[in-house]
Design a protein around this ligand. Structure first.
Ligand code: FES
Length: 117
């Protein structure tokens, strides 16, 4: 994703929506796109003054370190680098949620659903 496509007051999802990208003080930060509250995706949340507000129930996170401002815990960081104006992310290899694509997860869900009939 081009660095310029990440708004100063917003964020973007990459890697099939599993990783959240935002800019803070000119730097790119990347976290697993899952709220600590109930796991909602947060890429449509509001970014303001260095914080991200989850769109589901308004929990807030400090973007510099992912710390939750509503309680303990912090977002899981994802390695990210800017190369020739593009942001490259490296999802953690050991995280099963990040190791599979959205397609793979939907197929697994569909297979489990068929077994339940
Ligand atoms: S899921 Fe994010 S605040 Fe509830």
């Amino acid at each position: 994703m081009a660095l310029s496509s990440i708004p100063e007051q917003g964020c973007r999802a990459v890697a099939d929506g599993r990783v959240l990208l935002a800019r803070v003080d000119g730097e790119v930060v990347a976290y697993v796109n899952s709220c600590l509250h109930r796991g909602s995706a947060m890429d449509t949340g509001v970014v303001r003054e260095g914080t991200l507000t989850c769109p589901a129930h308004l929990w807030r996170y400090r973007l510099t370190d992912g710390a939750c401002l509503n309680g303990p815990g912090r977002l899981q960081p994802v390695p990210a680098a800017v190369v020739d104006g593009d942001v490259e992310v490296t999802p953690p290899a050991g995280d099963p949620d990040l190791a599979t694509t959205l397609r793979e997860r939907l197929l697994a869900h569909a297979r489990a659903w068929e077994r339940d009939l």
